[in-house]
Design a protein. Sequence first.
Length: 257
Amino acid sequence: MLRPTTDVLVQVLGLTMAHGAQLVQRDLQFDIRHGEVLAIVGPSGCGKSTLLRHLVGLQTPRAGRILYGQDDLYDADDDTVAALRRRFGVMFQAGALWSSMTVGDNVMLPMRLFGSLGPRERALQARFKLALVGLDGCFDLEPSALSGGMRKRAAIARALALDPTLLYLDEPSSGLDPLNAARLDELILRLRDHLATTVVMVTHDIDSAFAVSDRLLYLDEREKTMTALDHPATLLQHGPPTVREFLSRGRSAARLP
Ligand SMILES: Nc1ncnc2c1ncn2[C@@H]1O[C@H](COP(=O)(O)OP(=O)(O)OP(=O)(O)O)[C@@H](O)[C@H]1O
Ligand SMILES: [Mg+2]
């Protein structure tokens, strides 16, 4: 079994993010390590989804840099950025599927746009990705035939379409019942342990963050910067008071040891 290593995949250096005149977060400094699950948590509105948009190249930093290896995501040529983007899969918070296409076509879309497989292989791969998220048999369905939780999982299957080395997930377990949330945790651990996928997961689900993450990054809404980055259990014991309170309140009694 592959274990997390300390190889750095991404370096976030002095990142400041803003929407117009509104500062969202400043001076973020952290790395994303090969083979880890990094959870990004913090109160609603603190800037988690904004950070994800910056990490995938959709929103330009107000200040600072995001390096993938030696390449600056916001200062590299178009070909380099396109090649970088092909290495990661993204599921946004809204996780929308195209309603005009079947579930299978949704999952195959990134393969059609960016992959090199023929139609038969694309269909095989899409069925495999759907099976991974527990949606075998949904290939030919319209998205409207799926429940909210199933749509979420289909969006995760689409994010996995190109076998990403780095998977970004924004609130993957929201809207899932406890059983499916636990299954999602298992899927994330399987991706990490068997496929060496690095996973960056924004989540409100503190139980899930404890179950799967190697490190947890806390974005403080008052300080407007990160105030903790460490193993979740370490932060629960020794983190700053706000972080300890946030984590202990977020843990449900059901999953406490
Ligand atoms: N497109 C936008 N234009 C202007 N302001 C925005 C935009 N998107 C987000 N914001 C603001 O930026 C701040 C951070 O929003 P963001 O969506 O990143 O928070 P979040 O931590 O993901 O919240 P949640 O946990 O509710 O998803 C909020 O104050 C929000 O109102
Ligand atoms: Mg969000």
